[in-house]
Design a binder for this molecule. Structure first.
Ligand SMILES: NC(=O)c1ccc[n+]([C@@H]2O[C@H](COP(=O)([O-])OP(=O)(O)OC[C@H]3O[C@@H](n4cnc5c(N)ncnc54)[C@H](OP(=O)(O)O)[C@@H]3O)[C@@H](O)[C@H]2O)c1
Length: 257
């Protein structure tokens, strides 16, 4: 497997692969790019942050772009479409790597969809990281679920200065109220119909698997900013999300209602 991005995720996967008899070529900013000169066909896992996607796609030879596998959190569909890679494989990681050089903290099942979904799911599965390849509709649900987890916990961990495990135990009511708003946006803007209690329970379940994680508000355009844009576009009220943004110190980023 080829992985682009020698950060937390890339470094952890490159260290874990050989422990399970698997190969992994890690590409960083300066080195390893010649690994992409081979023929089309083998997956290339992209483990960089969202703002760096454009540089990576542009640096990837045209004939290898359909081999890219995007692991980024957040609503990245529009970004990928603008970069001409909308049909590439996507992944949602349900494990955590807290710092560069730290091992993977296994969480729940990671989800993949697209041409290389099965290959990457098997690669991670062989390393003991439970993963599954699913159809696009199912992936869309998990995409909403993951971004909801990140938005809800980014805000609640910041406001209450606590871990995601503490959010799960102490703030389940707020999580449910937020899940209602996120669920409405999911239906209007993402074509996913989800019961808010089910969504809340899934969020709590993942938090219990990585209870020490401290989430934060980041990758604005692909998380909280995306929800605000969709709420405005579809005329949906999101008072809980807006109040949490205020309490977390993001009043200056609140869209006009
Ligand atoms: N960490 C987690 O637990 C976790 C869990 C699930 C999903 N994710 C997702 O996985 C992605 C990577 O996360 P991360 O935590 O590994 O981020 P990270 O620690 O910031 O690592 C990103 C790496 O990408 C490198 N990079 C940036 N632009 C590049 C380019 N043009 N060419 C080559 N390398 C480039 C960076 O290099 P420099 O160091 O030189 O800047 C950095 O080493 C993110 O989208 C994140 O949302 C992470």
């Amino acid at each position: 497997m080829i992985v682009i991005g020698a950060g937390r995720v890339g470094t952890a996967l490159a260290a874990r692969a050989p422990e399970h008899g698997l190969s992994c070529t890690l590409i960083d900013r300066e080195s390893g790019w010649d690994a992409l000169s081979g023929p089309q066909g083998d997956p290339i896992v992209v483990a960089v942050r969202n703002p760096d996607l454009a540089d990576v796609v542009r640096a990837t030879p045209q004939h290898r772009r359909d081999d890219l596998v995007f692991l980024q959190n957040g609503m990245i569909r529009e970004t990928l479409a603008e970069l001409g890679v909308a049909r590439a494989t996507r992944g949602l990681l349900y494990f955590a790597v807290p710092s560069r050089g730290a091992p993977v903290q296994p969480g729940r099942t990671s989800w993949f969809s697209g041409p290389h979904g099965l290959a990457v799911a098997r690669w991670l599965g062989t390393m003991g990281l439970v993963s599954r390849d699913v159809d696009w509709a199912r992936f869309s649900f998990y995409e909403l679920e993951k971004v909801s987890w990140l938005v809800a916990h980014g805000l609640l961990c910041t406001v209450h200065d606590c871990t995601v495990g503490e959010v799960a135990e102490r703030h389940a009511d707020t999580l449910l109220a937020l899940s209602r708003e996120l669920g409405v946006i999911g239906r209007c803007a993402h074509g996913v119909d989800v019961d808010p209690e089910y969504l809340r329970d899934k969020l709590v379940d993942y938090s219990r698997s990585v209870p020490e994680w401290r989430a934060s508000v980041k990758a604005w355009d692909w998380r909280d900013g995306w929800f605000q844009r969709q709420a405005a576009r579809h005329g949906v009220e999101t008072p809980v999300h807006r109040e949490l943004l205020r309490a977390a110190g993001f009043s200056d980023r609140l869209a006009q209602p």
